[in-house]
Design a binder for this molecule. Structure first.
Ligand SMILES: C[S@@+](CC[C@H](N)C(=O)[O-])C[C@H]1O[C@@H](n2cnc3c(N)ncnc32)[C@H](O)[C@@H]1O
Ligand SMILES: O=[N+]([O-])c1ccc2c(c1)CN[C@@H](CO)C2
Length: 278
């Protein structure tokens, strides 16, 4: 039986090893691997990114989500995950562990800002989902730039993942997080603890929208930068949610067709979860 001290040492060693892996993370390469065709092909109904954007659009436009403060946990260099939410929330906080990613986000957020990836097709696709003309994409970009109040450092392995005072005292009204927790946790125990830590950022009754990888053991964070991932199945995700104080509203699953397996990871499926903090 592992003593408490031995368990804490094991968790700390796992965290340090994971943090070391991320020192080689390359935002531009990561975006190229995952956010260009075929995984981001807006002309293919079975492409992964349109599926994710559809899940997020539906979830953010249901009547139980009514605005306030939205926090994106582990944003990385991507913005797709908040393109629907930015229309519903008055304040949006983006977060990441790495300065290289926070810099990438700030680069786009400044007026006429640019990023390593052209987000225009994403903005246009979400405008179409909202029943607006694709020409509304520049209005959506302006809305997103207007509602993002901060791009903050975060560590989901800390019981307080953000700096004290980063959020109003009741907590955020909604969290969104995509491909973060399982990609930064050495094992299922750490994944579940991280879920509990980010739950501390959320007010009771607030919502969690969680996107993650199923059956994935590694991914490339850059050329030759192999990052370990804790392989999850649907039952483990549901168990971790329950154990860390959430009520599952629904889970949707996407299974990768062969041509979406492009060699940058060994992911077999993707889950989308909408849950509520007890
Ligand atoms: C696979 S990327 C996900 C990026 C983006 N959310 C997406 O949907 O593609 C994982 C992200 O987790 C961040 N990360 C690494 N360690 C972390 C930690 N301890 N706490 C929070 N985020 C961390 C990385 O910097 C990286 O941006
Ligand atoms: O297909 N996708 O849209 C997509 C986007 C991001 C990521 C994956 C797949 C799978 N690997 C994770 C890292 O664990 C990152």
């Amino acid at each position: 039986m592992e003593t408490k001290a031995v368990k804490e040492k094991r968790l700390e060693d796992g965290r340090a090893a994971m943090a070391a892996c991320y020192q080689g993370f390359d935002p531009a390469a990561y975006l190229q691997y995952n956010y260009t065709p075929p995984r981001a092909d807006f002309c293919r109904r079975d492409s992964i990114v349109p599926w994710k954007l559809g899940c997020l659009h539906r979830a953010f436009t249901e009547e139980d989500i009514t605005g306030g403060v939205l926090v994106d946990v582990g944003s990385g260099p991507t913005l797709y995950q908040v393109l629907s939410g930015c229309e519903v929330f008055e304040r949006l906080v983006l977060t990441d562990f790495l300065e290289v990613n926070r810099r990438e986000l700030r680069g786009w957020l400044q007026e006429q800002g640019t990023s390593s990836l052209d987000w225009t097709p994403y903005l246009q696709h979400v405008c179409k989902l909202e029943g607006r003309g694709v020409s509304a994409w520049s209005e959506k970009a302006a809305r997103l730039r207007a509602v993002v109040s901060d791009v903050l450092p975060i560590d989901v392995h800390c019981p307080q993942p953000l700096a004290p005072g980063a959020l109003p005292s009741p907590g955020a009204d909604c969290l969104v997080s995509s491909f973060c927790l399982e990609s930064v946790s050495p094992d299922l125990d750490a994944f579940t603890r991280a879920l509990g830590h980010i739950g501390g950022l959320l007010r009771p009754g607030g919502h969690l929208l969680l996107i993650g990888a199923l059956g994935e053991s590694f991914y490339l964070g850059g050329p030759g930068v192999e990052i370990p991932v804790v392989p999850l199945d649907e039952a483990q995700v549901c168990g971790s949610l329950r154990e860390s104080g959430y009520t599952l509203i629904r889970m949707e699953v996407y299974t990768l067709p062969p041509d979406m397996r492009v060699g940058v990871d060994d992911v077999s499926g993707i889950f989308f979860v909408k849950a509520r903090k007890d």
